[in-house]
Design a binder for this molecule. Structure first.
Ligand SMILES: [Zn+2]
Length: 506
């Protein structure tokens, strides 16, 4: 225990003793429940006060705007984690409850199973820097709220995209588990990155909307501004308690621009590999070029959360697509072109070896219908693409399979809750409460100034309302404790180093 934590522990102990003394004084006549409540409240206040004076919080900040929570984290890994855990403690507790419920529901495995996977399989291969950051999150969270969550909980939670839908199906197959649920890798997101003659100013434009369950997606509302002691400055969207962007959209101060869409019907897992959430965070923090990015993602590739990464290097104007399967992968790159993603793989080897069930020719499926729409929409706007146009594209409702405007599972802005078809490739049943939950866009000029725009909720501006949905679809009643309204906010700009809402300064 360092001197700082000794002092802090002593301060907490003193106030606890103070609280106990109060309680004793109050319990002379009768040890009433209200006196006990008062003691609990006193201890909680004392804990918060001691925590807020922690020197590790120096420099960290938080504000809310447009439905987003912006946090600035800085310093060494332990301090960054502590700031993260402390500043987002209520959101982490809430996000953990919603996410862990979903993980257990879909896999029919208990939480202890995920803790064990985190502890035995993932933890030993996590770089020391991120182990310290994850431990810091636990410490900040516990100090602030008295949470019982430990580092195994937080690691399993950080792996919420990879353990249930990649590791568990692999394990079920390997164990020949009888009556195992039919788990499918998720299909998250619509995105593109464009450069050269495709964009208005000839520089890179990048945009992304996040597709996930509304239950998780309405909590995917953090803007992380991270100034790490080592590596590059990061501005990314993210989930409370998770160290990677995870949906993913981020830029770093050395000029890298990063997003992705997930590979539909990917199968495979390497239990000896390194967790995807660790590689993705590391690559955004340490890669200054497309090659470095690919190298970090490939180092210890475990197959988890297999994505088509869309990358840009604003220093060179080059864009790239890294299709990261487990058995196969491929990198395409260009200084004049556009690369789009909507959850389909295209390299013949990846298709054959990593996504054997995916049908690239079914025009009715969500990934392929959106692929056709991206091709149409981007070609129509060649030479005109900028951030304002990208915002509109992310809210597009043109269904290429039906050739009409209708928000559903086949439109770039996804509304699967409105579709009787669902998305069978992802095991999303009819009217599944999921789709596009938020959007972000940036360009090379903005990235140089570490800025992006983001809209919480459906990028088209439509609202999702939980109560009428649950009344109409009782089959999703298990989500009731977690599912909330997801109302769209305005497109809002965020930048590195911001300390409050822009409007507060005027
Ligand atoms: Zn929409």
């Amino acid at each position: 225990m360092g001197a700082d934590s000794m002092r802090r522990a002593a301060a907490v102990l003193l106030v606890i003793l103070g609280g106990a003394a109060l309680w004793w004084a109050g319990s002379g006549a009768q040890a009433s429940a209200s006196a006990n409540d008062a003691m609990v409240a006193t201890i909680a206040v004392a804990r918060e006060r001691a925590a807020s004076n922690d020197p590790r919080l120096k420099g960290a900040s938080r504000f809310e705007e447009g439905g987003w929570i912006y946090v600035h984290l800085e310093g060494d890994p332990g301090a960054r984690g502590y700031q993260h855990g402390y500043l987002l403690a209520p959101e982490i507790e809430d996000g953990f409850a919603a996410v862990s419920a979903g993980m257990m529901h879909s896999t029919q495995r208990n939480w202890e199973f995920f803790r064990k996977a985190a502890h035995e399989m993932l933890w030993p291969k996590i770089d020391a820097e991120y182990q310290q950051e994850l431990q810091g999150i636990v410490e900040g969270l516990r100090t602030r709220t008295g949470s019982k969550l430990d580092v195994d909980d937080i690691v399993a939670f950080n792996a919420f995209e990879e353990l249930p839908d990649y590791y568990v199906p692999w394990l079920n197959k390997w164990q020949k588990a009888a009556n195992a649920p039919n788990l499918k890798s998720p299909g998250n997101c619509s995105a593109f990155v464009a450069t050269g003659s495709w964009t208005k100013d000839g520089q890179i434009v990048m945009a992304h909307n996040n597709w996930t369950s509304y239950r998780n997606g309405e909590r995917w509302r953090i803007v992380f501004d991270i100034a790490p002691k080592n590596g590059y400055r990061i501005l990314m969207d993210g989930f409370p308690g998770v160290i990677a962007s995870d949906d993913d959209f981020g830029i770093n101060s050395d000029g890298l621009m990063v997003t992705e869409t997930t590979i539909t019907q990917f199968e495979g897992w390497d239990p000896n590999g390194k967790a995807e959430f660790v590689r993705a965070r590391k690559a955004l923090q340490y890669a200054g070029s497309i090659d470095e990015y690919a190298r970090i993602m490939l180092d210890g590739n475990n197959g988890g959360y297999a994505n088509d990464w869309l990358l840009g290097d604003r220093k060179t104007g080059e864009i790239a697509q890294l299709e990261l399967g487990l058995k196969a992968h491929k990198l395409w790159r260009t200084k004049d072109g556009v690369l789009s993603g909507s959850n389909w793989a295209r390299d013949p080897k990846v298709l054959k070896e990593d996504t054997p069930q995916f049908d690239p020719n079914n025009k009715e499926s969500s990934p392929n219908a959106r692929r056709a729409r991206w091709e149409e929409l981007l070609a129509e706007n060649k030479g005109k693409i900028d951030v304002a146009l990208a915002e509109r594209m992310l809210g597009d409702h043109s269904d290429t399979a039906q050739k009409k405007e209708e928000p559903n599972e086949r439109t770039l802005c996804g509304h699967v809750d409105g579709s009787s078809r669902g998305v069978k490739e992802w095991e999303w049943q009819a009217y599944y409460p999921g789709g596009a939950v938020q959007g972000k866009a940036t360009d090379a000029t903005m990235a140089k100034e570490m800025r992006f725009v983001a809209r919480m909720g459906h990028p088209c501006g439509g609202d999702f309302l939980a109560k009428p949905f649950l009344a109409a679809h009782p089959e999703f009643a298990w989500e009731e404790p977690y599912l909330r309204d997801m109302k769209a906010g305005p497109w809002t700009e965020f930048r590195s180093g911001q300390v409050s809402k822009e409007s507060d300064k005027n």
